[in-house]
Design a protein around this ligand. Structure first.
Ligand code: ADP
Length: 382
């Protein structure tokens, strides 16, 4: 493309029409365009192949090509160069079809006028530039997404390897401190006994943290392929596991008909297990009442788990999904703050999101979605 000047390739076999168009444009624009003139499609294609034109004015009826073929051939030679069709009285219909196939515009030779031509040319070039920019940006976005996916996977792998490899030295520290505690208790001084107690406590906590990290990183690295998962069955199974806790607090969990969806049923069990056990754990002084339900949205199942517990201040409603973030001390409510982070990761692996709505002192509702487009993917065997 010549700097600042726009080059028009005019493919028109009728010399009178060609002259008329050039004069019209010179009048309207004062000559800011460069011209290349071709009388046959084959000559036009040569120019297109070397990329000399910014925009093409193309007559559909040429000595060596007629009708839609003319456009299709020119377009396939230079898909990025905008083409404006010049139509006679009898080929307007065709031009409309060509626009549907990617032509920028068409102008009727009998009704052509200078300003209109200039506008059409400028608009065609602008539109093409915009399109090229959009393609460039979406390529860029795809690249950034891919980088992000890769670095997430690497991070996950790192967390997995690190936590896995930390287990061994930690086991050694724990076992020797346990021996110290058992065999040397009372034989050293009081301070030493106390310090050994701290080390034991620290090692136990560290073991818990490493296990949590492993659980968290396994969501991404060791998930099962998706298959059918009956959520009624899953809730029943979780309730069986929670039977004792329910008994102890006099809690009751109800659910309305839940879907059979496509996902990783082990992870979905873990998800509901975490949410339901939190609903019982973070209870007030009344017996816990929890209800689970789901409704079908356009491209997802939307679940909710509603409780009548202590609730969560709205300002904490995002923080609680982060790893190791808790709102209470271990002495108040046991836990490590990994449960909801794991829930979030499971939900994201299922193409959904998770959030909470709550009225402090009255209860919380945890919402999450599970994408239904995964069903088609699973049907296609991925
Ligand atoms: P943990 O229960 O081990 O602390 P979670 O990640 O499951 O870890 O929860 C993070 C925090 O979110 C909890 O410490 C608690 O403060 C709050 N929370 C979670 N579920 C509920 C609930 N159902 N009601 C009130 N607070 C909750």
């Amino acid at each position: 493309m010549a700097e600042g000047r726009t080059t028009i390739l005019l493919v028109e076999d009728n010399p009178d029409d060609a002259l008329l168009i050039r004069e019209m444009l010179a009048d309207a624009d004062g000559g800011s365009f460069e011209w290349i003139h071709a009388e046959r499609l084959s000559e036009g294609l040569e120019e297109l192949s070397v990329g000399s034109a910014d925009v093409v004015l193309l007559d559909l009826s040429l000595p060596d090509s007629h009708g839609l073929d003319t456009f299709a051939t020119a377009h396939s030679h230079a898909p990025e160069t905008p083409i404006i069709l010049l139509t006679g009285l009898d080929d307007e219909e065709l031009a409309v079809q060509a626009v549907q196939l990617g032509a920028q515009d068409y102008l009727s030779k009998s009704r052509m006028e200078g300003q209109l031509l200039v506008r059409s040319l400028r608009y065609a070039i602008e539109r093409q530039n915009l399109l090229a920019e959009m393609v460039r940006q979406s390529d860029e976005l795809a690249r950034v997404n891919e980088d992000l996916r890769r670095s997430n996977a690497e991070l996950e792998q790192f967390a997995y390897v690190a936590s896995h490899d930390l287990q061994e030295p930690l086991r050694m520290v724990s076992s020797y401190v346990e021996i110290l505690a058992e065999d040397y208790s009372g034989r050293l001084d009081v301070d030493a006994d106390r310090f050994i107690g701290y080390v034991l406590d620290g090692a136990t906590r560290m073991k818990g943290l490493i296990n949590d990290l492993l659980t968290y990183s396994r969501v991404g690295t060791q998930g099962k392929p998706f298959g059918p998962a009956d959520c009624n069955f899953i809730v029943e199974r979780v309730l069986m596991d929670q039977a004792r806790a329910l008994d102890e607090c006099g809690g009751r969990v109800t659910y309305s008909e839940l879907p059979i969806l496509t996902g990783d049923d082990t992870q979905l069990t873990q998800l509901l297990q975490n949410l339901l056990s939190n609903s019982l754990k973070y209870r007030r002084d009344v017996a816990p009442r929890v209800h689970v339900c789901a409704e079908r949205r356009r491209d997802a199942w939307a679940f909710s788990v509603r409780d009548n517990g202590i609730g969560i201040e709205p300002r904490h409603s995002e923080r609680i999904f982060q790893m190791f973030q808790r709102l209470h001390h271990r002495s108040e409510y046991p836990g490590s703050g990994i449960g909801l982070a794991v829930c979030q990761k499971i939900v994201e692996r299922h193409g959904g999101r998770i959030w909470v709505e709550s009225e402090p002192g009255k209860g919380s509702t945890f919402h999450f979605t599970i994408s239904t487009s995964l069903e088609e993917e699973a049907d296609h065997g991925s």
